[in-house]
Design a binder for this molecule. Structure first.
Ligand SMILES: NC(=O)c1ccc[n+]([C@@H]2O[C@H](COP(=O)([O-])OP(=O)(O)OC[C@H]3O[C@@H](n4cnc5c(N)ncnc54)[C@H](OP(=O)(O)O)[C@@H]3O)[C@@H](O)[C@H]2O)c1
Length: 335
């Protein structure tokens, strides 16, 4: 069932009813969908304490200034790290642990798509997959103890929920050059992302996990698809056409906050005191993947995405376990 924007906005505005301070970490909110969600959160949370990961703290300073205008009661802190390295992702989580004892919201939207080919990091991983999978999962894993201490903890990953596909099962990080392609890196990030989040959800049943596909959103993502002449052509000709058919980053951010706060995507009754959010018969509680044991897989309009046709055979072949063993081996290798 598609969720109309007014329902989203009404629900988000109810966040102001929560009078206890809400602590949130945004990874990927220096631009695009994450930035939209961050502004929506700052605007509606009555007493937010927000950590924002940025590759460049100086550039992100302007965002913090804007947040202070939106909500002067909020506290905003930049963590200067580049999570295209798993090590930096670990440092982000460790930093938050030194500052907070619990975490209400983890919003993950970091990532990019590059037509330039595989970009190896110093850790030997593809940077596009690290930002979209490895670092997101590492931060989530390390912050689970804090999330478990929150009243109604939520993890939202903006990527491609419901669009999982088949895997190159013997090369999950697509290390072999013959296996890497833009499409495969995207499908792998989404598919192993869902399987890993399902595993973390099983370990932490009180934490609500959402993996969402945001639809086509007009963000700088499309300006950065390629470098050189190809990039110039794409920026001049393709990006403007894509924008015509895309929703704004503001709306995508509003929808992102809805995913993070509505009882529809909560294992409990949600951060927001309920009432109109789930009653009235029109907005039912969402159903989680894996027969209700998994996570909320959400499509572009807030609809619950059913991708069991792809996911069930993977689970039957024990791919969740294999993905997790691979992921832990990668985490061990960068220590
Ligand atoms: N926009 C869409 O239509 C769409 C559709 C489906 C899925 N998605 C996915 O949704 C997520 C958010 O997309 P968006 O449109 O909001 O993108 P965006 O505006 O380009 O924002 C991406 C965020 O990731 C960070 N980032 C990008 N490349 C990075 C790198 N190499 N190392 C570290 N950080 C990096 C950016 O930081 P800086 O500000 O420092 O660059 C920014 O905070 C992405 O994973 C994207 O693949 C987007």
């Amino acid at each position: 069932m598609a969720i109309d924007l007014q329902t989203v906005l009404d629900s988000n505005s109810r966040l102001a009813n929560v009078k206890t301070p809400l602590v949130a970490l945004f990874v990927g909110a220096t631009s695009g969908i994450g930035l939209g969600a961050l502004k929506e959160f700052a605007q509606h949370a009555s007493d937010p304490r927000v950590y924002i990961v940025a590759r460049n703290a100086k550039t992100a300073g302007a965002i913090v200034e804007e947040l202070h205008v939106l909500n002067p009661r909020g506290r905003y802190e930049i963590i200067e790290k580049n999570v295209s390295l798993v090590k930096d992702a670990e440092a982000v989580a460790e930093f938050v642990k030194t500052k907070e004892s619990s975490l209400d919201l983890l919003f993950l939207s970091v990532g990019f798509v590059s037509l330039d080919g595989r970009q190896d990091t110093t850790e030997g991983l593809d940077a596009s997959m690290t930002t979209r999978y490895y670092s997101r999962i590492r931060i989530t894993q390390l912050l689970l103890p804090l999330l478990r201490r929150a009243k109604s903890p939520h993890v939202v990953s903006i990527l491609a929920g419901g669009m999982e596909g088949s895997l190159q099962e013997d090369d999950l990080d697509l290390r072999q050059a013959k296996n890497w392609s833009v499409a495969r890196a995207s499908v792998h990030s989404a598919t192993i992302g869902t399987l890993a989040l399902e595993r973390l959800a099983a370990e932490s049943p009180r934490v609500s996990f959402v993996h969402a596909y945001p639809g086509m959103v007009a963000t700088p993502l499309f300006d950065r698809l390629a470098s050189g002449i190809a990039g110039f052509i794409l920026r001049c000709f393709l990006a403007p056409v894509i924008r015509l058919f895309s929703r704004s980053a503001t709306e995508a951010g509003q929808r992102g906050l809805f995913l993070a706060t509505s009882a529809r995507y909560s294992v409990d009754d949600g951060i927001v005191p309920l009432g109109a959010v789930v009653t009235g018969g029109s907005l039912q509680k969402g159903v989680r993947s894996n027969g209700g044991k998994g996570i909320f897989l959400v499509g572009a309009s807030g609809d619950i995405a059913d991708n069991e046709k792809v996911l069930m055979p993977l689970r039957k072949r024990d791919m969740e376990k294999k993905v997790w063993e691979h992921t832990e081996a990668v985490f061990d290798s960068v220590r």
